[in-house]
Design a protein around this ligand. Structure first.
Ligand SMILES: [Cu+2]
Length: 68
């Protein structure tokens, strides 16, 4: 299991948290996604053999947010 923390721009409320955690949760290989609204980050626990960080960035961007 691996962990990565991504800086995400544009998250402002509980809806954003749900949108991002939901988008990441749909990716095969993502075990857990946890948004820190104050810090503007999302920490993801994932299986490296199943999903890449680029795929996570893409999912976040598809949900309408920017990854720094
Ligand atoms: Cu929001």
């Amino acid at each position: 299991m691996a962990t990565v923390t991504l800086n995400v721009k544009g998250m402002s409320c509980g809806h954003c948290v749900k949108a991002i955690e939901g988008a990441l949760g749909e990716l095969n290989g993502v075990e857990r996604a946890l948004v820190d609204l104050q810090g503007g980050t999302v920490t993801v626990e994932y299986r490296e053999e199943s999903v890449s960080v680029d795929q996570m960035k893409e999912a976040i961007e598809d949900a309408g947010y920017d990854v720094a």
